[in-house]
Design a protein around this ligand. Structure first.
Ligand code: FES
Length: 113
């Protein structure tokens, strides 16, 4: 799991995220910080808050370990399934999708804008 210090906009290098998979990144902030899930599809990276809208649990089954399959990420708590590219709900007990976080991928670095 990555930890990003305050003031740094670079989260990781693109190749640190497995293609078709995901990693977690802990972002430090003045309000105590938060966890992101970073999902990669080729050169594209999608980021969402690592918090399931169903019951507010983390999406990972162990820190930084996610269930990602066929373009979907599955919440480890009760199985809600979300589209990787949009965060929309595909199945499960949720009504709302994942909360997106804007990112930039430039020069092989994944950054907060
Ligand atoms: S907390 Fe994710 S499906 Fe319940």
């Amino acid at each position: 799991m990555l930890e990003v210090s305050p003031g740094s906009s670079a989260i990781c290098r693109l190749e640190e995220i497995p293609d078709g998979g995901a990693i977690a990144a802990d972002i430090d902030s003045s309000t105590g910080g938060f966890s992101l899930i970073l999902l990669r599809q080729g050169d594209r990276v999608f980021a969402y808050h690592n918090e399931c809208p169903h019951a507010g649990r983390r999406l990972d089954w162990a820190p930084g370990k996610f269930l990602v399959k066929d373009g979907a990420v599955i919440c480890a708590a009760h199985g809600a399934t979300f589209d990787v590219a949009s965060g929309a709900v595909l199945a499960g007990p949720c009504r709302n999708g994942l909360a997106p976080v804007p990112l930039q991928v430039r020069d092989g670095l994944v950054r907060l804008p």
